[in-house]
Design a protein around this ligand. Structure first.
Ligand SMILES: Nc1ncnc2c1ncn2[C@@H]1O[C@H](COP(=O)(O)OP(=O)(O)OP(=O)(O)O)[C@@H](O)[C@H]1O
Ligand SMILES: [Mg+2]
Length: 239
């Protein structure tokens, strides 16, 4: 891999759904070990930004680089091989397969050849997946399924993880557990980008906020500074 400290460079990205434009020159950078919250209200363009990085959106202008490699217009499999794990909001598990089979399917060496994440390590970080390892993935609760898809993504030994609304639909208790887990991942050096509507959930996980409004980045700085500014929050997030 290149020695660059840049995990992700996004510059002037315009993305479309047919004739309708969703992103207007989105630019931001993510460095190795950064944890970035992508905030914004309903329909702001958070998911489209993650899809644009993953090669799942119609990106018509701009530059996308993953660890210094050109990534715009590449297929999702190629982006994944560059070390990007994407956890979409719909938590796709193989419902009829066991939890362990779901995990095993995700196992591969990372873009840098390392296998830091093994089944053993995943089970030590997610004890509830060890307890449920023989159960059908479809029998798990929403929170457990969210843990499962994150664990499966980790087994691909990614350099960076893109998580779309990981806290969505979780009970407060499970949300706290997930928050703690993401904090652990961050402390272990994982680079994270989480698209979220829930700023409170991001506090303690992310150090930076990139706020999107109507398809444009309107704030890119310390998340604590954003959270402390009531006028900004009111302007760019759901009331
Ligand atoms: N499949 C699609 N076809 C057409 N327009 C779409 C499609 N998906 C999203 N859009 C539009 O693109 C814009 C950005 O949507 P996006 O899903 O990226 O927002 P978001 O910030 O993720 O919102 P949410 O918080 O609701 O998930 C919105 O105007 C939305 O209506
Ligand atoms: Mg979304």
């Amino acid at each position: 891999m290149s020695a660059t400290n840049d995990m992700l460079n996004i510059k002037g990205v315009d993305s479309f759904y047919g004739a309708s434009r969703a992103l207007f020159g989105v630019s931001f950078d993510v460095h190795r070990g950064d944890s970035v919250a992508l905030l914004g209200r309903n329909g702001a363009g958070k998911s489209t930004t993650l899809k644009s990085i993953m090669g799942l959106a119609d990106v018509r202008n701009g530059i996308i680089q993953v660890s210094g490699h050109p990534a715009r217009g590449c297929r999702p499999e190629h982006i994944a091989r560059l070390g990007v794990a994407y956890v979409p909001e719909d938590r796709q598990v193989f419902r009829r397969q066991s939890v362990e089979a779901n995990l095993t399917l995700g196992m591969k060496a990372g873009a840098d050849g390392v296998r830091e994440w093994t089944l053993e390590r995943v089970y030590s970080v997610f004890p509830m997946l060890w307890d449920a390892r023989r159960k059908g993935a479809g029998t798990l609760s929403g929170g457990q399924q969210q843990m499962l898809v994150i664990a499966r993504a980790l087994l691909g030994n990614p350099l960076i993880m893109l998580l779309d609304e990981p806290s969505q639909g979780l009970s407060p208790l499970v949300m706290d557990q997930l928050q703690l887990l993401l904090q652990q991942l961050r402390q272990a050096g994982m680079t994270l980008v989480l698209a979220e509507q829930n700023t409170r959930f991001c506090m303690g996980v992310a150090s930076r906020a990139v706020v999107i409004n109507q398809g444009s980045v309107v704030f890119d700085d310390d998340i604590a500074a954003f959270n402390a500014d009531e006028a900004l929050r009111h302007r760019y997030l759901a009331a």
